[in-house]
Ligand binder design. Structure first.
Ligand SMILES: CSC[C@H]1O[C@H](OP(=O)(O)O)[C@H](O)[C@@H]1O
Ligand SMILES: Nc1ncnc2[nH]cnc12
Length: 289
């Protein structure tokens, strides 16, 4: 199988440079329109697809991002591996603004989003015990190091609904009692949906602030975040630019099984399945339906 790398760019990352045959394409999905057109092309001979999560011009709130359409669209384009790039607040002294964290766990506190492709008429349950792909995380770590980025491998990302930032009490609770390392508003349900779509998913969280818990730093402020992000965007692009060389054109099956997550996931008896829902699942679950 051939590798196709999908990059979901977060706040401050609305395009990537250096793609050969670059073209913004419109992708329609049964789950509605994705956040924006998708930039396709190749980098070092490896096909790439880039989608700005909030849309160019930052149109979508963390709640209004069409997560299902975004993941479906990447799958429909033949993407095999998704790199999520996000801004985040830090709960750890050592994860300082400007650092990158290769997130490997999530606490999902979002509550106003569609979280699954499955539903009445086609019930599916996938494991998200290990919601990110270690093989892809390793490539992200190696690429970050090669680009001279201060990178931390592993970390728990608390996904909050937003759009407001946390209260001081929440910030302290997430840090001191829940063991979260970083906080953001978008990696859930994105990671869960990527697993349902049998896509390898790695999350690169770029630290922009210390949220509100840190006694030596003021409360989080969006203008400070944007200033840090502006400095980080070039680093994020350098990390992405190193990935094709590390992942290669030919792709071996995921050793962690991300690309086979649906093998035993669907419970609904074939004769009880809803044809309309099955039709919507063509890209995401067509392999097993
Ligand atoms: C710009 S501050 C808050 C905003 O930034 C992050 O977005 P993303 O995860 O897409 O980089 C955070 O989750 C909030 O949506
Ligand atoms: N402190 C924070 N909380 C939530 N999302 C963020 N994105 C960047 N910083 C954040």
């Amino acid at each position: 199988m051939q590798t196709k790398i999908g990059v979901i760019g977060g706040s401050g990352v609305y395009e990537i440079e250096g793609l050969a045959d670059a073209e913004w394409v419109t992708v329609e999905t049964p789950w509605g329109a994705p956040s924006d057109q998708i930039l396709t092309g190749t980098l070092d001979g490896v096909p790439m697809a880039f989608l700005p999560r909030h849309g160019r011009g930052h149109v979508h709130t963390p709640t209004s991002v069409p997560y299902r359409a975004n993941i479906d669209a990447l799958k429909r384009l033949g993407v095999t591996d998704v790199i999520s790039v996000s801004a985040c607040g830090s709960f750890r002294h050592e994860m300082a603004p400007g650092d990158f964290v290769i997130v490997d766990q999530f606490i999902d506190r979002t509550f106003a989003r569609e979280k699954s492709f499955f539903g009445p008429g086609c019930v599916g349950h996938v494991s998200v015990a290990h919601p990110t792909c270690p093989r892809l995380g390793e490539a992200c770590e190696a690429s970050a190091k090669a680009a001279g980025i201060n990178v931390h491998r592993g970390g728990t990302y608390l996904a909050m609904e937003g759009p407001q930032f946390s209260t001081l009490a929440e910030s302290k609770m997430y840090r001191e009692h829940w063991g979260a390392d970083v906080i953001g508003m978008t990696n859930m349900p994105e990671a869960k949906l990527a697993r349902e779509a049998e896509l390898c998913y790695a999350s690169v969280a770029m630290v922009t602030d210390y949220d509100s818990w840190h006694p030596d730093h003021g409360e989080v402020d969006v203008s400070d975040i944007i200033a840090t992000l502006t400095g980080n965007a070039a680093k994020a692009r350098a990390l992405v630019a190193g990935l094709p060389g590390l992942l290669g054109v030919e792709r071996a099956p995921c050793p962690h099984g991300c690309d086979r997550a649906l093998e035993f996931a669907i419970l609904t008896a074939p004769e009880k399945r809803d044809p309309a829902l099955l039709a919507k699942l063509d890209a995401v679950a067509g392999r097993v339906l």
